[in-house]
Design a protein. Structure first.
Length: 283
């Protein structure tokens, strides 16, 4: 049974790597607005001039891993995806902590939603699947097809289960559905500020800070790409700045408390420095 599960995981891993590589190349080759690529994945931690080459390099790595796992029967090609997905899991966890405003970039611009537990869980699941393939010594597709005793119908059902698990853990499904409905990416949609304010007031971040606000109405608001920012006066001259993501059924809400001296006095699920340094624009 272990052999069946490991064999079923191989084509799912290869397909995921290939789709991720294609999406990254398409995003890197598209004319994007300045700084757009720096909000996707690990390139957010690098200077902007390295964003496009880094995304292309990641795509080529994924192609190499997919091709190697399918056609080369060697321990290196079997264990390399394990290392890749394990590193990806850690990087996504670190991104969520250090840059909660950026997307994972796993499938290019479609993965622009802030990194959440679903993205991290998917990377962890892919790591586990890669371990199954490596530990099961799956010899690529040529070796799999040569095994006459392999119950391929059962393997197909197991592979379908893996695909379903990855779909459940993929926040990109929400973005794709939204694009189908609206025919435009989140950054280009006209979204009323009142709707974002309603989402804010229903969030845990609002409940945690509402008691410290002087008034329930924002003193300033502006929009940057798919984020809507709201500023509320608080006690002691401080300001509470909320950032609401404008896509998805349960959009993330980030908050930072900025003191009268302009420094972040306290933050909960904070955004990066761009939250407090952005120039306000009339809503």
């Amino acid at each position: 049974m272990f052999t069946i599960i490991a064999t079923a995981a191989l084509p799912v891993l290869a397909l995921t790597l290939t789709l991720g590589g294609v999406a990254k190349l398409a995003t890197a080759g598209r004319e994007a607005s300045p700084g757009a690529l720096t909000r996707l994945g690990p390139v957010a931690l690098a200077p902007e001039r390295f964003a496009r080459p880094a995304m292309i390099a990641c795509a080529l790595t994924e192609f190499a891993l997919a091709g190697g796992s399918l056609v080369v029967d060697h321990p290196v090609t079997r264990w390399s995806p394990v290392v890749f997905f394990a590193i990806a899991t850690y990087v996504l966890w670190d991104l969520r902590r250090r840059r909660p405003d950026v997307g994972c970039g796993c499938f290019g611009e479609v993965s622009a939603a802030p990194v959440g537990l679903r993205s991290i869980g998917r990377a962890a699941a892919l790591t586990a699947m890669a371990v199954l393939v490596a530990a099961g010594n799956v010899p690529g597709l040529s070796g799999v097809m040569a095994r006459p005793v392999l119950p391929r119908g059962t393997a197909a059902w197991v592979a379908g289960g893996f695909v379903l698990l990855l779909l459940v853990l993929s926040p990109e499904i929400d973005e794709v559905a939204a694009r189908v409905r609206h025919r435009a990416p989140c950054e280009q949609r006209a979204l009323p500020s009142g709707r974002a304010l309603s989402r804010l007031r229903g969030s845990a971040a609002w409940r945690a800070h509402a008691g410290s606000l002087v008034t329930g109405e924002p003193s300033d608001m502006w929009r940057e790409l798919c984020w809507r920012f709201f500023v509320f006066p608080a006690r002691d001259g401080a300001e509470v700045v909320f950032a609401v993501y404008l896509s998805g059924r349960r959009p993330p809400v980030r908050v930072a408390v900025v003191g009268a001296d302009g420094r972040v006095a306290a933050a909960g699920d904070r955004t990066d420095a761009s939250l407090r340094e952005s120039t306000p624009v009339s809503a």
